[in-house]
Design a protein around this ligand. Structure first.
Ligand code: ZN
Ligand code: ZN
Ligand code: ZN
Length: 301
């Protein structure tokens, strides 16, 4: 299983357009510190890829990692998709708005998988007018929306087993619905190797901890280091838990005791000291044997 990190930042990327905090200023001055919105691509042959989440930076991410059409394969019309399927974790914009990129006039019928309420939110239900589905013509002409039921196992590419499972992140309303949709984590399995991806995670539940036992690679939410980080840096009173993210300070303690091959922190917010690879916090993460994701990171398991 070949893994490419397309992006490793939270909702606003680094730098964030409206911010000049230390991390954002450093990233403006040093290209290497920039991070785009979180997404990974998985392949078995380094030719065709499954995309997990599609954020606002998608087009530039595909260009920068070279996931682009090949002239010798694209044929006389110069069009080729090397994206075999798209899996969406949840309805927040940093994970979904890149789907609009697929409305470029050539229908590759790429299947777009997600929880039922997310697919309905993005592509409409019962013919009701909806931006992606109708106005953007995506579901009409370009992609194939596919509803995933929880813990349903299915296969992509040439034998990659995939399972979407429910996790805590998005708000649960009083009527039992989730806003703007439920959240899934994804597990990928082939040849006895397992990878779990949860870029946005509000709780390391017992069932998730059980699943993580023995996993080879686990991508974990690293939006905030502290629970009160937004207040400390930006004067915003919302806590990490309010926004559906386990702070790294706490997740690291829990994850240390679980048998996981490699933990990779991703979805890093501009307020988080992990955005600086030389901060004492980044050093602490590395001392515990964890890694920090970065844009363009690749590895094979
Ligand atoms: Zn997010
Ligand atoms: Zn900032
Ligand atoms: Zn989110």
């Amino acid at each position: 299983m070949h893994v490419t990190v397309l992006g490793s930042a939270a909702n606003g990327g680094i730098p964030q357009w409206d911010c000049c905090c230390l991390n954002c200023t450093a990233a403006r001055n040093n290209q290497k510190l920039r991070r785009t919105r979180s997404s990974i691509a998985i392949s078995l042959n380094a030719e065709e890829y499954v995309l997990v989440d599609a954020g606002p930076d998608l087009k530039f991410q595909l260009e920068s990692v070279g996931l682009i059409p090949k002239l010798n394969e694209a044929g006389p019309n110069f069009r080729q998709s090397r994206i075999n399927a798209v899996l969406l974790t949840h309805g927040h914009g940093d994970h979904t708005v890149g789907v609009a990129e697929f409305s470029t006039g050539k229908s590759f019928n790429i299947p777009v998988y997600g929880p039922s309420d997310l697919i309905e939110l993005l592509f409409g239900v019962n013919g009701r007018l909806n931006y992606f589905g109708e106005l953007g013509r995506l579901a009409k002409d370009y992609v194939k929306p596919r509803i995933l039921t929880e813990n349903e196992e299915f296969f992509l590419l040439d034998g990659l087993k995939v399972e979407g499972f429910p996790i805590d992140h998005t708000d649960k309303l009083s009527d039992g619905q989730y806003y703007p949709s439920r959240t899934f984590g994804f597990e990928f399995m082939i040849d006895g190797k397992r990878l779990v991806y949860t870029p946005d995670l509000g709780k390391l539940s017992d069932s998730l901890v059980k699943k993580l036992n023995g996993v080879d690679v686990f991508f974990m939410d690293a939006t905030f280091w502290w629970n009160n980080e937004l207040d400390r840096v930006s004067g915003i009173k919302k806590t990490s838990y309010d926004l559906g993210h386990v702070p790294v300070e706490e997740s690291m303690e829990i994850l240390k005791s679980i048998d996981i091959g490699q933990i990779i922190y991703t979805h890093i917010n501009h307020t988080n000291s992990l955005a600086d690879p030389n901060s004492i916090y980044s050093k602490k993460v590395k001392e515990n044997g964890f890694k920090l994701a970065y844009d363009g990171m690749t590895f094979t398991i």
